[in-house]
Ligand binder design. Sequence first.
Ligand SMILES: O=P(O)(O)OC[C@H]1O[C@H](O[C@H]2O[C@H](CO)[C@@H](O)[C@H](O)[C@H]2O)[C@H](O)[C@@H](O)[C@@H]1O
Length: 247
Amino acid sequence: MPNRLADISHDRTAVFLDVDGTLLNIAERPEGVVVPEDLPRTLDRLREACGGALALVTGREIATVDGFFAPLRLAVAGVHGAEIRLADGRDVGLPPHPHLAEVTARLQSFVERNEGLILEKKGRAVAIHFRQVPELCQAVENVAREALSLADDGLELQLGKMVVELRPARADKGAAIDIFMETEPFRGREPLFIGDDWTDESAFQAVNARGGRSIRVGRDIRPTEAKENLPDADAVREWLARMAGQV
Ligand SMILES: O=P(O)(O)OC[C@H]1O[C@H](O[C@H]2O[C@H](CO)[C@@H](O)[C@H](O)[C@H]2O)[C@H](O)[C@@H](O)[C@@H]1O
């Protein structure tokens, strides 16, 4: 896959961007990420150049993303598509799963018994991070699968980079992109999505199905639906800055 990406046509493209590992370098802990100073400006300029058709599609909560890029408030699909804020500000996300509190309590007690694990509560989903204790990977997945039985099929397992999450079964990033593409100012444009993780595969499929561009970040050899590649988040930011007319 070539590393030099073709430019976009600003008046025809809808830009969708993952956050962790794509816009931001991976950090040791979820709250440890560093937002480069000029990134909000790049995103804002690119959004303007594309007639407003730019959205973030992330596993993070929308409130967290708003904090990262403040004062910018972009269109965002948060929590893998369980939360959606459209470009006009309307919220069309899913309600929280009724058994999420129970599931979270089960995971919390496991995390409290295993030093190094981090529990991340995300309103409509819950995650256990094991980056500090990678040897617990399988144990974490096992306890998450067991906790799923409390949720009557309403939640699904989402594997990610050193993380296991339980998210609403009806939410995925591909479905979120389909929702954006039925609304202004995305409608009628060619979607482009950049992502780096397993949760991004449904988004790659969604943009491919619409004849758009799917770009995977990273050098790993895991199979992917993406058709283009960038080596790392630095290269993503550099390319976006160029597309925003800043370099
Ligand atoms: O869909 P994304 O925007 O890529 O979000 C995926 C998850 O990202 C965060 O976790 C990951 O990044 C952390 C910070 O770099 C890292 O410490 C962790 O190991 C990664 O899994 C976030 O905390 C999750 O909620 C997102 O779902």
